[in-house]
Ligand binder design. Structure first.
Ligand SMILES: [Zn+2]
Length: 263
């Protein structure tokens, strides 16, 4: 840990005894240079990288000696805890993971919330840009978004069930009509289930008793299972194109799986 014998070098006005007490009490001051900026021992700063949408954290230690100690002994040995714990303390982030991307330290903190109706245009744009097999839906009860730092990395849209039969038979059922996420998978692996979970909570708050959604048969339902959904039915892979209302199929017409969760 810190070399306490070095502290006598920096401030001769105070007694050594006081210095030791201060350091032991809360590491208020860099033992090398005497820097008292809070929190001196982190020097951590978070930035949003607009090129790749990541939240990146840079570290500017107060002095060369501290940098050398971290380079030599490692972060954990110098500070007595992993960098993730320090980031939690500095920024108050809890859903925090740390990955090394191209030599820069990148962290992510996921924050999901229900969107304002005024944010709908942003969601449509994101879905048009990122959704693999659908354009944006036309109806909207509410939407949810998930951010990695300041970068939007996923959205979900909830509406009335697309199937008229279900709409009629189950007036209190809502449907997640679109959900998409984007960005480096290491930074977004938990986004889908977070959005499904949040959508269900909001639907329950609005009086719905069941949430449904569909995936393509080829899609992996892991994030739905993680959010408490169960696969209940397979739809026939028929075209949505009906003689009475001819329209061009934009969506794929392969078989889909219907998922449900009681709220
Ligand atoms: Zn220092």
């Amino acid at each position: 840990m810190m070399q306490l014998d070095l502290i006598s070098d920096f401030d001769e006005d105070e007694s050594l005894g006081d210095e030791l007490d201060e350091l032991e009490a809360g590491e208020q001051r860099c033992p090398f240079c005497g820097d008292t900026d809070q929190p001196w021992h982190y020097g951590l700063d978070a930035h949003h990288n607009p090129r790749n949408g990541h939240v990146e954290v840079s570290w500017q230690p107060c002095c060369l000696e501290l940098r050398e100690m971290v380079e030599c002994d490692g972060w954990d040995a110098t500070y007595g805890k992993p960098v993730e714990d320090c980031l939690r303390e500095v920024f108050g982030w809890d859903d925090l993971h740390h990955v090394d991307l191209d030599d820069s330290l990148a962290v992510f903190m996921l924050q999901a919330r229900i969107l304002e109706p005024t944010e709908r245009a942003m969601v449509w744009e994101a879905i048009d840009k990122h959704h693999r097999h659908h354009d944006h839906p036309c109806q909207w009860k509410f939407g949810a978004g998930c951010w990695n730092g300041r970068a939007l990395v996923g959205v979900a849209v909830v509406g009335r069930p697309v199937s008229r039969m279900i709409q009629k038979a189950e007036p209190d059922t809502l449907e997640v009509t679109r959900l998409c996420t984007w960005g480096d998978r290491r930074l977004t692996f938990n986004v889908s289930s977070k959005l499904y979970g949040l959508a269900c909570r909001e639907a329950r708050r609005r009086g719905a008793t069941k949430m449904i959604t569909y995936t393509l048969e080829s899609e992996n339902g892991a994030s739905l299972r993680a959010a408490g959904f169960k696969a209940v039915a397979k739809t026939k892979g028929e075209s949505w194109n009906r003689a009475a209302r001819p329209r061009t199929d934009k969506a794929p017409t392969c078989r889909k799986i219907r998922w449900e969760r009681e709220l």
